[in-house]
Design a protein around this ligand. Structure first.
Ligand SMILES: *[C@@H]1O[C@H](CO)[C@@H](O)[C@H](O)[C@H]1NC(C)=O
Ligand SMILES: *[C@@H]1O[C@H](CO)[C@@H](O)[C@H](O)[C@H]1NC(C)=O
Ligand SMILES: *[C@@H]1O[C@H](CO)[C@@H](O)[C@H](O)[C@H]1NC(C)=O
Ligand SMILES: *[C@@H]1O[C@H](CO)[C@@H](O)[C@H](O)[C@H]1NC(C)=O
Length: 499
């Protein structure tokens, strides 16, 4: 009997201990889960227990948001597991990495990261779903700078962002120096060099490591772009010296030269009927937006130099006919003639610069042609000829025919108004001043900021047809105009002959 009783109490002892241990474990888990749901943000603390969480599809998440998730959530997780395994094998991701997944509605990437052993990972989305997804968005990460070793963006997130430049800058901020960012984006991003370079320019914190084409979650072709953070903040390629006397040869990348090669040919011989030929040439024009994808630009800007009335080119042509790939452009109208200013006050979304585009800041005289044969009616009353700008050097006897206006340094203004990350279209019709403005734009490097230029070059054209009288108004010849266009194209500027 003795040995049996001893055996019983021994067993009871063990059972009691086991039971207490189980209770203890349960209590600890409960405490931790409560803490987690109570809002702690450091995912690393509870990763050990994450499998006990209800990791089904987040409540806000439905098929309507993304047809490839929802009920296919698990398949999606498996997809990202494969993606991250490759990155680990490659060395850009490691189990020690502190990782962030940006704009993830379902958190599949975050779960996949944890499943491949990167336990310290978290996602952000506008609707939070702890513990995987905290509240935030691509343009605002709820973290301080230099926090993550690895960041990931699923396909579509950057494309859908209304402000891709901010999206990229925010990655540049929260990524650590030496950290990696992998961006999944539609294969279209790399289809043309202009688009791919625009993309890389957005991420100017980072250096391109490699790209690879893979299938997306839905098997559509996507591209994975891997980059490494090399520097803090931005370094614009163009810098002007304080006195504005910058000399700046800008670098013309090969893809810009390629676009110019594919553009419509310049008209080599002087047209016999210029007003017919140049107008007909409009049909041949290869717009930049019909050749490349402009999605990854920061801002979209149209500058009309010599805008005249609103209807003459902004309203009739740019707003109605220029192909914009559905982007909203900021419009700048540069027009010195007061007769046109009133009209712009009522035009929404047009910024009027009531000055003359010139090569430096100075007062100019604006010639008003009084010759009755060249009279032009202008909306608002007055009779005006096509204005021409002359620097201050006229004798006072002509002052009655001149309007005093303020000229400004157009090249300097352009450098302050836009950056190379913006998409900039310029139309220039400045009555001969192009022979001053274009060399200044080239010499200052500001020319590289212009993506597409529509230039009307003014020369002493035939008034009717060949061998008849030539316009006395302009002194340049057609061949000088052709030189101007050729030199612009040699600088990688897609310039079109405008009428
Ligand atoms: C867990 O997920 C299921 C859906 O699969 C849901 O019905 C349930 O309410 C969830 N439980 C908790 C505690 O969130
Ligand atoms: C440009 O590319 C993006 C993706 O890279 C795509 O979403 C967009 O539809 C494309 N736009 C055009 C006009 O092709
Ligand atoms: C153009 O943009 C508008 C809203 O900005 C949108 O409703 C429309 O679907 C877009 N069209 C295309 C072809 O992308
Ligand atoms: C020219 O004028 C603009 C606007 O008033 C000013 O911002 C700029 O500094 C001036 N440039 C020079 C070189 O004086």
């Amino acid at each position: 009997m003795e040995p049996t009783a001893a055996k019983h109490s021994f067993l009871r002892n063990i059972l009691v201990r086991l039971f207490s241990f189980a209770v203890l474990v349960f209590a600890i888990r409960f405490a931790i889960i409560v803490t987690v749901h109570g809002g702690t943000r450091d995912s690393a603390d509870f990763c050990f227990f994450f499998e006990s969480h209800n990791l089904s599809v987040p409540a806000h998440f439905s098929d309507a948001v993304d047809p490839f998730s929802g009920k296919n959530w698990r398949r999606s997780v498996e997809y990202y597991v494969a993606v991250f395994r490759d990155l680990i094998a490659e060395g850009s991701l490691s189990p020690d990495s502190h990782a962030l997944c940006i704009d993830t509605p379902g958190g599949e990437e975050v779960l996949a990261l944890r499943e491949v052993g990167v336990v310290d990972s978290v996602g952000i989305f506008k609707k939070p779903s702890p513990p995987l997804i905290l509240q935030g968005n691509g343009c605002r990460h709820p973290f301080s700078g230099d926090t993550f070793d690895f960041e990931f963006t699923r396909s579509g997130a950057l494309e859908r962002s209304p402000r891709p430049a901010e999206f990229a800058a925010e990655i540049g901020r929260t990524l650590r120096l030496g950290g990696f960012v992998a961006v999944h984006t539609a294969a279209e991003t790399a289809r043309d060099a202009f688009s791919f370079n625009s993309f890389l320019e957005l991420f100017n914190c980072c250096e391109l490591i490699r790209t690879r084409e893979i299938n997306g979650v839905d098997s559509s072709p996507i591209i994975e772009i891997l980059m490494k953070k090399k520097r803090h903040g931005f370094s614009e390629t163009l810098a002007s010296s304080p006195n504005g006397n910058f000399v700046n040869k800008c670098f013309v990348p090969w893809h810009k030269r390629e676009i110019v090669i594919n553009a419509e040919a310049l008209i080599k011989d002087e047209p016999l009927k210029p007003w017919v030929i140049l107008k007909r040439n409009i049909k041949n024009i290869k717009y930049l937006t019909s050749l490349v994808n402009i999605s990854f630009k920061n801002r979209y800007v149209y500058v009309d130099v010599g805008a005249r009335s609103y209807g003459s080119s902004i309203g009739s042509w740019f707003r109605k006919q220029y192909p914009k790939q559905n982007k909203t452009f900021e419009v700048y109208a540069i027009e010195a003639d007061k007769a046109f200013h009133e009209e712009y006050r009522t035009k929404k979304g047009v910024n009027l610069l009531p000055y003359a585009a010139w090569v430096r800041n100075e007062t100019l005289f604006f010639e008003i042609t009084r010759d009755p044969s060249k009279k032009m009616m202008v909306k608002g009353g007055g009779v005006r000829g096509m204005g021409r700008i002359n620097p201050v050097q006229t004798s006072s006897s002509h002052m009655g025919d001149m309007d005093k206006i303020q000229g400004f340094d157009f090249a300097e203004w352009l450098k302050s108004a836009v950056t190379s990350r913006d998409f900039v279209v310029v139309k220039m019709d400045v009555e001969g001043t192009e022979f001053h403005l274009i060399p200044r734009l080239i010499q200052s490097g500001a020319i590289c900021l212009i993506d597409e230029l529509f230039l009307e070059c003014h020369y002493n054209r035939w008034q009717r047809c060949c061998a008849g009288p030539r316009s006395a108004k302009y002194h340049k010849t057609y061949s000088e105009c052709l030189d101007l266009f050729t030199s612009l194209r040699n600088h990688g500027v897609l310039v079109h002959q405008w009428w």
